[in-house]
Design a binder for this molecule. Structure first.
Ligand SMILES: NC(=O)c1ccc[n+]([C@@H]2O[C@H](COP(=O)([O-])OP(=O)(O)OC[C@H]3O[C@@H](n4cnc5c(N)ncnc54)[C@H](OP(=O)(O)O)[C@@H]3O)[C@@H](O)[C@H]2O)c1
Length: 276
């Protein structure tokens, strides 16, 4: 037995609109704007409602699907390189708000790390037993493995690694030296490879983990004046996509993010470089 309300909706839709005046067929009959509206409504009103309902259902379906695929951070250990500033810091905040148990931020400048730690600690939910940990290290350093081992001792293994540490450089190709290229590649590419290499064996052993690489829109499309930066960010994309292929078998997923211009201290540096 069909409920009454559904019966009314279906009857309404089948009648194609709120009234039954036959739509005007001849353009000569359309004298003024009022007639145009009348024609539109008498022909398409029910159709518009039906399309709207279908779109709404489709959107709901996609939303439920995205919830199903969402990785649950509750109780996880998230390590963010470049976590003392900009995008990395924003991700650290989000991780705490989503219930991560430990958030480790890694960067070189200790003062900035401590200031960010205090800022992040204000977001801690006491009953979740969350904590913020800092590691002062250079992602390009040969000693990174040792520094990570010391900085992570006594903590649960890292479940999620976000490679956000990066630097930028803007100049025309003629004004970009091979050393500039080398520096970009060192920090932006190898600076993501090194932490990943250190943390991966634990993830493989546990057969679970997530690794995120922060590339850039400049890693997807050509932007004037970014030969060195763009080369490094395209490389990050290639690295992430191949790694994802290789690690799926271990239940470790790799993703890559391509942010557009984002208002962080890095963007300010870039604007100064462009200005000069
Ligand atoms: N902002 C944008 O418009 C934008 C757009 C697209 C992509 N991105 C990418 O997003 C990522 C984050 O950028 P952001 O805008 O958040 O930059 P940011 O505010 O300048 O932060 C960069 C972070 O990386 C750390 N870092 C830099 N070099 C490091 C090194 N050698 N070792 C360890 N840590 C290092 C910095 O701390 P220390 O200096 O103390 O080490 C800082 O915590 C970068 O990979 C960037 O390329 C940014």
């Amino acid at each position: 037995m069909m409920p009454g309300w559904l019966d009314s909706v279906l009857t309404y839709l089948l009648q194609w609109g709120p009234h039954h005046d036959p739509p005007k067929q001849n353009m000569d009959d359309i004298d003024d704007l009022e007639d145009v509206f009348e024609l539109m409504f008498s022909c398409g009103w029910g159709l518009v409602v039906a399309i709207f309902v279908l779109l709404l259902l489709f959107w709901l379906f996609l939303y439920l699907l995205s919830l199903r695929n969402q990785y649950n951070l509750a109780g996880k250990h998230v390590l963010i390189t470049g976590g003392s500033s900009g995008i990395g810091k924003a991700v650290a905040k989000e991780a705490l708000l989503r219930g991560a148990e430990v958030v480790t931020i890694l960067a070189r400048n200790e003062e900035k790390l401590e200031a960010t730690k205090s800022e992040l600690e204000r977001l801690i939910t006491p009953k979740l037993d969350q904590r913020v940990n800092t590691i002062s290290a250079d992602v390009c350093s040969e000693e990174l493995q040792e520094e990570l081992e010391i900085g992570l001792s006594g903590l649960p293994p890292v479940d999620v690694l976000i490679n956000s540490a990066g630097i930028t450089f803007t100049a025309s190709f003629q004004d970009t030296t091979p050393q500039d290229f080398e520096k970009q590649l060192q920090v932006n590419v190898l600076g993501s490879v090194r932490p990943t290499k250190v943390l991966l064996p634990d993830m493989i052993e546990k057969q679970q983990g997530r690794i995120v690489f922060i590339s850039s829109m400049a890693g997807q499309t050509a932007l004037y004046g970014y030969t060195a930066y763009s080369a490094s960010k395209y490389a990050v994309r290639g690295l992430a996509e191949v790694l994802d292929m290789e690690l799926k078998v271990h239940n470790i997923r790799v993703s890559v993010s391509f942010p557009p211009d984002t208002d962080t201290p890095m963007l300010q540096v870039r604007l100064i470089l462009i200005g000069s």
